[in-house]
Design a protein. Structure first.
Length: 83
């Protein structure tokens, strides 16, 4: 484990395309790997689902429906029902 003085900050953000639609974390991650050298990103919401729910304005029913549909950590579905 690295010493805290050598660690960088954590920055949380969402990206949107020209028409205001969200860009999924899976697409952002794939595009980051095209850079040379690749940009290293940690993407997704499942490490902190409560913060994700709050940031994306998801209801409890939305979160349960996402899980019921099979949306899990590491999948390639960055956008579910437009969020």
């Amino acid at each position: 484990m690295s010493h805290p003085i050598n660690s960088g900050p954590t920055v949380a953000f969402n990206l949107f395309d020209r028409d205001g639609s969200p860009i999924g974390y899976d697409e952002v991650s794939r595009l980051a790997t095209l850079n040379r050298p690749p940009i290293q990103l940690r993407t997704g919401c499942f490490c902190n689902p409560g913060a994700c729910q709050d940031a994306l304005l998801l209801s409890d029913a939305d979160v349960l429906a996402n899980y019921a549909s099979g949306h899990v950590c590491g999948d390639r579905r960055g956008i579910v029902n437009g969020k």
